[in-house]
Design a protein. Structure first.
Length: 120
């Protein structure tokens, strides 16, 4: 995760079902002030970006686990904090790649998925 992209909505903390080991008051994921963590997060992202992209022909499409090794074509949604629609679109882009075509009523998806300057 890019530290600069955190909106501070705390939905990840509220949705996390795992309690931290040895501390009943904390969960496995918690929010902290962002500024002290940005430099460490940037070095982690720099390492992550050096990893090679998996070859689609060698990925196991039979399981959800296997599809998560595919490059998502929809990484940064630009949608509202906590939007539940965007994770599904990320998985669909992993499964179908550039062959994916989605048609639905207007709303958030027409905003972040539209072609500029035709975005409503």
């Amino acid at each position: 995760m890019y530290a600069e992209d955190c909106t501070g909505c705390e939905l990840c903390v509220q949705a996390c079902p795992v309690q931290a080991a040895g501390d009943s008051g904390r969960k496995a994921i918690n929010l902290a002030p962002r500024v002290p963590l940005v430099d460490t997060a940037r070095s982690n992202v720099a390492f992550f970006q050096t990893l090679p992209v998996n070859d689609r022909s060698r990925v196991d499409f039979e399981s959800v686990r296997g599809t998560q090794f595919l490059l998502p074509l929809f990484e940064f949604s630009g949608a509202c904090a906590g939007c539940g629609e965007t994770p599904y679109l990320k998985v669909l882009s992993q499964l179908f790649g550039d062959r994916l075509m989605v048609a639905n009523a207007t709303g958030c998806s027409s905003i972040y998925g539209g072609n500029l300057p035709t975005t409503p």
